[in-house]
Design a protein around this ligand. Structure first.
Ligand SMILES: [Zn+2]
Ligand SMILES: [Zn+2]
Length: 413
């Protein structure tokens, strides 16, 4: 990369530090902490960064931290890891099993944390040697699973001055040493839609004197998703699916209230932004026809992660140069959510799927299961990949200013 033997430098760094980073991951794995309760994890990361001469800032709630590497001129690239565990019991029989009943790093965030720590330690070394062409901001984000930790980081100014952001997630469907990449949307949005309907109840013999609430609710249940599907681009795959309906208590009385609860899933960012207003106006028009009062509680989940194309190219270059030819493989958009999408609403960037499967393994356990584990050589691979990505992005952000004089040569002045 830029003529330097970065691979060799990373080899030397990992020869010295890889065992420590694996130990760091195992310590977090044995001591998992749930969303917004990651006090020990935050402390451990802060101590290690501090020992390397860095000055991290803990977020206002006391969990999660931000750490800037490098100073002076140049662009800023942010690298993000999430640090929280899940309320899932650990079912693995390994020496580093969770010691906290019912809590486990079943989504691999312990691995993400160890990788970002390793990348930070290496980049700090580069900065001290005057080799960092800008600044790198490490974001150790709490509460991805809640979700909402990304909003804490944003509220704390975590992205101010950042030109580009990158993140990664363990993927047990991809072999270790490879990374899954995709431009455009890579995860999906999922929001909650809660509707309460009300009106004067009465005897079922006289529906005309009431609003016939159960009939009106049934109309909303069928007409709202149908109308919605006619108002958005079908390619956005926006869908409203009900999960819970409740109204009435006896066959011959029309109730005076009822409710419907469902989820709205969406693969497309534009449609996701438009969804709440659209649901509101469609609901009002359907309900209006039957005279019922409606109350909509629309609960935002996370936006889809929409990878920016240039940033994906940088991830791809980093994978090929740091992990070897053919290390970047295509991946598909998942229907799962990931709060990294909040960052990409503010700055360009991209999210990668880091291979964690031991090659040749037929069936690697999936994330969010108590049996999930990784091939720990993914930690070294992740460090190489993130370091390569940060440096590629910093160099490419700088490039326009380096090339500008060539354009100015022909100007009138
Ligand atoms: Zn998860
Ligand atoms: Zn996760």
């Amino acid at each position: 990369m830029r003529g330097r033997n970065l691979r060799g430098e990373l080899d030397a760094f990992l020869a010295e530090r890889e065992a420590e980073l694996i130990g760091f991951r195992r310590d977090l794995h044995m001591n998992p902490e749930l969303a917004f309760a990651e006090y020990r994890t935050t402390q451990r990361v802060a101590e290690r960064l501090g020992a390397a001469g860095l000055v991290p800032t803990v977020l206002p709630r006391g969990t999660g931290l931000i750490c800037e590497i490098g100073s002076g001129e140049g662009p800023t690239v942010a690298l993000r890891a999430d640090i929280d565990a899940l309320p899932v019991p650990d079912e693995k029989d390994v020496p580093y099993s969770s010691t906290v009943p019912g809590v486990c790093h079943a989504c691999g965030h312990d691995v993400h944390t160890a990788i970002l720590l390793g990348a930070g330690l290496f980049l700090a070394q580069q900065a001290r040697a005057g080799l960092l062409p800008g600044k790198v901001r490490l974001l150790f984000q709490p509460a991805e699973e809640l979700p909402g930790g990304a909003l804490e980081v944003l509220a704390a100014g975590g992205l101010s001055g950042v030109d580009r952001i990158f993140g990664l997630h363990c993927d047990p469907k991809v072999d270790v040493g490879k990374v899954g990449l995709k431009a455009g949307p890579i995860t999906s949005a999922c929001d909650r839609v809660n509707i309460r309907v009300s009106g004067p109840g009465g005897h079922t013999a006289r529906p005309h004197l009431t609003v016939d609430l159960v009939f009106a609710l049934a109309k909303i249940l069928t007409e709202l998703p149908a109308a919605l599907s006619r108002r958005v681009d079908p390619r956005s795959s926006l869908s409203l699916v009900w999960g819970r309906v409740e109204a009435g208590s006896v066959a011959n009385a029309i109730p005076d209230d009822g409710l419907a609860e469902g989820t709205l899933r969406c693969l497309d960012e534009e449609a996701w932004h438009a969804a709440p207003d659209m649901i509101k106006s469609l609901l009002e028009s359907v309900a209006g026809a039957y005279g019922v009062e409606v109350d909509l509680d629309y609960v935002r989940g996370v936006p889809p992660v929409v990878n920016e194309e240039d940033s994906v190219q940088m991830l791809s270059e980093a994978a090929e140069s740091m992990l070897g030819e053919g290390a970047s493989v295509p991946t598909q958009q998942s229907l799962g959510g990931e709060d990294f999408g909040w960052y990409l609403e503010s700055v360009p960037g991209a999210f990668a799927r880091l291979g964690t499967r031991t090659p040749g393994t037929a069936h690697a356990g999936d994330i969010h299961q108590g049996t999930f584990d990784v091939d720990e050589s993914c930690i070294g691979a992740g460090v190489r990949f993130l370091v390569g990505t940060a440096l590629t992005a910093l160099w490419e952000e700088r490039q326009p200013t380096v090339e500008e004089p060539l354009v100015v040569v022909n100007s009138d002045t």
